[in-house]
Design a protein around this ligand. Structure first.
Ligand SMILES: Cc1cc2nc3c(=O)[nH]c(=O)nc-3n(C[C@H](O)[C@H](O)[C@H](O)COP(=O)(O)O)c2cc1C
Length: 192
C-alpha cells in the first residue's frame, strides 16, 4: 500500500480473532520497530515480542489492574471499536489480541518515552502493511509494577535500568475493520 494510504487505513483495533500471527510476521514488525527514529541515535529501546495468547492475556489483565479511571471522566474513544476507556467491564487492556510487543526504554533517559512510542508507531504501520491489526497501548509502567510483572521482567532478562513504556497488540480484527475517522479541521498550517 502507498504510505499515506496505509497511514489512513491503520486503526486501533479493540476486537481480535483467536488466530495467532506468524513468527515471521512478528520478526518483521519488531525489525520495523528497531528502525524507528531514536533520540541521539542511541538505539536504546528494547522490544519483547510475546507470541503466546495465554501470556498476552495475562499481561493484558495486569495492564488494567492498576488503571486509574478517575482521570478519564467524560472520555470516549470510539462507537465502532469500544475501548477499555469506554467500557469498564473489559478485563484485558489488550482486547483479546493473541500477541503483543512490549517496548522497554531506559528509566532515566530524557527521551525514553518518545523513543518507545516512535518504535510502537513503526510497528503498528508495519503490521497494517502485513494485514495485521494492532493497537498501541499505554500504562507499561504500571503493568509490570507488581510481583507478577516483576517476575516476568526477570524471566525475560530485562536490565534493571529499563522500564516498559508501551505495548503494540497484534492479531486479526474480529468483525468489520473500521473506516478511517474524519480529521478535525484547522489543525495544521504551512508558513512560506
Ligand atoms: C500515546 C498513546 C497511548 C495510547 N494508549 C492506548 C491505550 O492505553 N489503550 C487503547 O486502547 N488505545 C490506546 N491508544 C490508541 C488510541 O486510543 C487511538 O490511536 C485513538 O483512539 C485514535 O484511533 P485510531 O488509532 O484508530 O485512529 C493510544 C495511542 C497513543 C498514541
Amino acid at each position: 500500500m502507498e504510505l499515506l494510504e496505509l497511514m489512513k487505513y491503520r486503526r486501533s483495533i479493540h476486537k481480535y480473532q483467536g488466530r495467532q500471527i506468524s513468527r515471521e510476521d512478528m520478526e518483521t514488525i519488531i525489525e520495523a520497530g528497531t528502525y524507528a527514529p531514536n533520540a541521539g541515535g542511541g538505539q536504546r529501546s528494547i522490544i519483547v515480542g510475546v507470541r503466546n495468547a495465554g501470556l498476552a492475556e495475562k499481561i493484558g489483565r495486569l495492564n488494567v489492574a492498576r488503571f486509574d479511571r478517575s482521570k478519564l471522566s467524560g472520555s470516549y474513544v470510539s462507537a465502532d471499536q469500544p475501548s477499555i476507556i469506554d467500557d469498564p467491564t473489559m478485563k484485558s487492556g489488550f482486547y483479546g489480541a493473541p500477541a503483543v510487543c512490549v517496548v522497554f526504554a531506559m528509566k532515566n533517559f530524557l527521551y525514553s518515552i518518545p523513543d518507545a512510542f516512535c518504535c510502537a508507531e513503526n510497528m503498528a504501520l508495519m503490521a497494517a502493511e502485513l494485514g495485521i491489526s494492532s493497537c498501541i497501548v499505554a500504562r507499561g509502567e504500571e503493568t509490570f509494577a507488581g510481583e507478577v510483572g516483576a517476575a516476568l521482567l526477570r524471566e525475560w532478562n530485562i536490565p534493571e535500568n529499563y522500564i516498559a513504556r508501551c505495548f503494540v497488540t497484534l492479531g486479526y480484527c474480529d468483525g468489520e475493520y473500521p473506516l478511517p475517522k474524519p480529521r478535525k479541521p484547522r489543525r495544521s498550517k504551512i508558513i512560506e
